[in-house]
Design a protein around this ligand. Structure first.
Ligand code: PLP
Length: 369
């Protein structure tokens, strides 16, 4: 039982999903098998790329992309701070330095106009995030990257099925990734995938996820790798979920639209701008400028007392305890990130959320404003 009567997120699991996982369990082949391969070939199609390499999380996918692209000590990578912490941890864990750039206040994604000021001789790559299921401004990011000869990483963990001017999320830059954590559009429990057209990234990822093995010899390791493999059960769940991707996105879109309709006239709220190219991931409202972080947190607590789970989304990475101690953030200047992150609230958001529940959430929120 959920502690909340209306939780923040909830996966949509059908009998077909359960049957697909059960079939793998009965087959006896639980890892390194045909189901992962089939899931990979379907995912490559969804992203419109040549190669997909499944791993055990979106975080693992980001780590392997950074390694496979040769990013490491001495390198700087431009990225947003208004995102999930894995978007920057993959850079720090490789020994490189994240350089935080501000967001566009309307899309919440990396602002291309702010990038050039932070490019130095050490800049190796730009990592942008398709935040909340909306694609970053890839047209401009790719132009800047080309001009300065920078690598590009697309963190599409929140955006499977989204588009940018008709091009698929997961197809931008040198490599991209999706996550299949239970709150994402489709889930495998834990899981992720690397997406790329770059043969070298594919090759390195396949080897590094499997303990650095590159031949048939099980105990011969040519590289210092990881065990980041996805199981056959996870892939079976993912394949089954993927069949409903369009349906699940449409349901999420309907939930977002109903929230926007009900809350439209609420002067204290800035609502997300709906776009039919989005693959809605979370529903995040922004309190107007007269609110501060304390009042926002008070509203989240008061919603919790009513059984409604909400969350501050996202506390910016440069203000995380883990990052406050790092020396490379002396001159971080992120006015939009700091201001917006203090006033955003994610409301309950998942395909099975009923109209009645949406009404309950909106009523509670409006009473608290
Ligand atoms: C979910 C998420 C990740 C990490 O994915 P996991 O599968 O949870 O490791 C990375 N980046 C962003 C933006 C995410 O939302």
């Amino acid at each position: 039982m959920d502690a909340y009567s209306i939780p923040l997120a909830k996966p949509s699991i059908t009998q077909d999903d359960i049957d697909a996982v059960t079939a793998v369990l009965r087959s006896g082949r639980l890892s390194i098998g045909p189901v992962v391969e089939q899931f990979e070939s379907e995912l490559a199609k969804v992203a419109g790329v040549k190669y997909a390499v499944c791993v055990n999380s979106g975080t693992s996918a980001l780590e392997l992309i950074v390694k496979a692209l040769g990013i490491g000590e001495g390198d700087e990578v431009i990225c947003p701070s208004f995102t999930f912490i894995a978007s920057a941890n993959c850079i720090v864990n490789a020994g490189a330095t994240p350089v935080f750039v501000d967001i566009d206040p309307h899309t919440y994604c990396l602002d291309p106009k702010k990038i050039e000021a932070d490019i130095t001789n050490d800049t190796k790559a730009i990592l942008a995030v398709d935040l909340f299921g909306r694609c970053a401004n890839w047209t401009e990011i790719e132009q800047i990257a080309k001009h300065y000869e920078l690598l590009v990483i697309e963190d599409a963990c929140e955006a499977i099925g989204a588009l940018h001017h008709g091009r698929e999320a997961g197809s931008f830059g040198d490599a991209a990734c999706f996550s299949f954590y239970p709150n994402k559009q489709i889930t495998t429990g834990e899981g992720g995938v690397i997406l790329t057209n770059n043969e070298q990234v594919r090759y390195q990822s396949v080897i590094l996820r499997n303990q650095g093995r590159c031949g048939p010899e099980w105990l011969s390791h040519h590289y210092v790798g990881h065990n980041y493999r996805m199981t056959e059960m996870q892939a079976a769940l993912g394949l089954s979920q993927l069949r409903r991707l369009n349906e699940l996105i449409a349901l999420r879109y309907d939930v977002m639209s109903l929230y926007n309709t009900i809350l439209m006239n609420c002067a204290d709220l800035i609502l997300p701008i709906a776009s039919n190219e989005m693959s809605p991931f979370v529903y995040v409202v922004q309190l107007s400028q007269q609110y501060d972080r304390k009042e926002r947190d008070r509203i989240i607590e008061a919603m919790a007392l009513r059984g409604i789970e909400c969350r501050a989304y996202f506390p910016p990475i440069h203000r995380q305890p883990a990052y406050l101690t790092q020396s490379f953030f002396d001159d971080v200047h992120l006015p939009h990130t700091d201001s917006i992150a203090d006033r955003t609230i994610a409301l309950p958001f998942y395909p099975d959320l009923t109209d009645e529940e949406i009404g309950t959430v909106c009523l509670a929120l409006q009473e608290l404003l």
